[in-house]
Write a protein that binds this ligand. Sequence first.
Ligand code: DX5
Ligand code: ZN
Length: 216
Amino acid sequence: MAILAPSVLAADFANMERDMKMTEAAGAKWLHLDIMDGIFVPNISFGPDMVKAIRRVSTAVLDVHLMIDRPIRYVENFCKAGADYLTIHLEADTEENNLAALEKIRSFGVKPGIVVKPKTPAQALAPYIDKVDMILVMTVEPGFGGQSFMADMMPKVKKIRQMLDEKNPACHLEVDGGVDLNTAPICKENGADVLVAGSAFYKSEDKAAFAKALEA
Ligand code: DX5
Ligand code: ZN
């Protein structure tokens, strides 16, 4: 069993309300919102106003993934925009600032999460493990949808699941990048329980069947 979090990056921005309703109608309970600043990653997506707009037309759990440099500067805006989970990148600031940002997120009643890029090892998460409600493991280099899944991240997912079992068993473990119906099972086998899917979900003909199969 897992939770599907469709990545809005692959939806039709000109028909956002229609696509968010269609996503909910397919049975998805979460939405994954990718925030890119053009500095931490080479792409720019959208900001807190889009999160606010999606909040108005959707009752889904909003899982907001900040790919921005020094995220502490912006966490308040995204909390107030309606995020339910707000995840920051471990690589985006110092440990001290990241821990302060996570605390700040929690002070707004939002669930904090930490994200690691492919090259960042599981061990780097040690200072954060009991301070978060979600750990996100990137299975592509962040910045763009539609890239190929990095199966070599699976030992890291497994290791983090073991760390969580010991120190924070209620914490979600999410994977993001190149997840489809072929790669989802290996993510689940290694301990992931939230699976982001952008292009695979929005390109699928039968979205309800996709959601059901991925979450099974
Ligand atoms: C990449 C983003 C992902 C992306 C996933 O930086 O964090 O959430 O939208 O897209 P797919 O599922 O197409 O790889
Ligand atoms: Zn993402």
